[in-house]
Design a protein around this ligand. Structure first.
Ligand code: HEM
Length: 305
């Protein structure tokens, strides 16, 4: 027996399938044979739990692999939120704030996860299996770079030393060569790129250039600046913007640096960078929204208390 509710559902299905020239009856018949959903099919647990492949015999290497995979999944969740915010035509301050706080909470989670990882692996085992992973490095995380491109204007990602020579008219390929992280992959004296950087660019440079262009006018800083002035002064939104900047560019960076200090001590990084200096927010001075910080806050950016 057709209830009014069922009638309404059928009408809406008719409308839906008409738009794609499909017959509703065919789809209804298909339902007769569709498999009931299970948790494992939906979440794809079999595929997911088969992605952890060790390269050494050391058990703690498994933790290292899984920890990085968890990070990459969270980066994907962050990019998911950024995509929605940056592609919304006219975001309301409440929506803007909500999205920023979601992203920040993911980063907060990644930062505090370093506390767990601080004692999560045996240093002795780490010092052994890292030799097998050389010259791979977290530096080669593409999603991390996509998050940066989506957060701010390119000028704020340019190496401090070259900022004065670059503006909005600079070609993307030229700006790319002067991004702050290029310093970690180049020989200081000759400028020659390391294998780590050459391989990274071979795989991702084209995608990065596309992303840089796409987000040039819709990155988070641009979206904020395009808001009516009243919204740009919304205290909750300004607080969320500052929180996001601080979390990504100081708290996460310091958590990461402290993990590196703990595991590597005075040693060399697998990627071969001058990491103790390069990774410190005080030197990197990566700030997504500089106009939202006071001169004093900018002057003391990343200084350890
Ligand atoms: C015990 C844990 C970790 C240690 C000891 C460590 C160590 C390092 C070191 C020494 C570098 C400098 C680059 C080089 O290799 O020469 C680096 C860079 C990097 N690592 Fe890690 N890392 C750890 C965990 C992670 C995790 C979980 C991620 C998340 C994917 C990650 C992402 C990155 C990124 C994005 C960079 C480049 C940073 C930048 O350009 O500012 N690392 N890491």
């Amino acid at each position: 027996m057709n209830t009014p509710h069922r009638e309404d559902l059928l009408n809406r299905l008719e409308e839906k399938y008409k738009t794609v020239d499909n017959r509703t009856d065919v789809h209804l018949e298909g339902l007769l044979y569709s498999k009931p959903m299970t948790y494992w099919d939906y979440v794809q647990t079999d595929a997911l739990l088969n992605l952890q492949v060790q390269r050494t015999t050391l058990p703690d290497e498994m933790i290292f692999i899984m920890y990085h995979q968890v990070n990459e999944l969270l980066f994907k969740m962050i990019l998911w939120e950024m995509d929605q915010l940056c592609h919304s035509e006219k975001p309301e301050p409440q929506f803007f704030t909500e999205k920023l706080m979601r992203i920040s909470r993911y980063f907060d989670m990644l930062t505090t996860s370093f506390d767990i990882m601080g004692d999560g692996m045996s240093i002795d085992q780490y010092m052994k299996f890292r030799n097998t992973l050389t010259p791979a490095s977290g530096f080669q995380s593409a999603q991390y770079r996509l998050i940066e491109f989506g957060s701010t204007d390119l000028i704020n990602l340019i190496d401090n030393r070259f900022r004065a020579t670059i503006d909005r008219d600079t070609p993307y390929s030229h700006a790319f060569e002067h991004l702050y992280w290029q310093a970690a992959g180049k020989d200081h004296a000759t400028g020659k790129k390391s294998y780590l950087l050459v391989e990274f660019e071979r795989k991702y440079k084209a995608e990065f250039l596309r992303h840089m262009e796409e987000y040039n006018t819709i990155n988070i800083r641009q979206k904020f600046k395009q808001l009516p002035e009243e919204d740009q002064n919304n205290p909750e939104l300004v607080k969320a913007m500052r929180h996001f900047d601080h979390t990504v560019n100081i708290t996460w960076v310091m958590g990461h640096l402290n993990a590196a200090r703990k595991y590597i001590g005075d040693g060399d990084a697998t990627g071969g960078s001058d990491w103790k200096k390069y990774m410190h927010p005080k030197y990197q001075r990566r700030i997504f929204f500089p106009e939202l910080w006071s001169q004093e806050e900018l002057d003391t950016w990343g200084e350890e208390k």
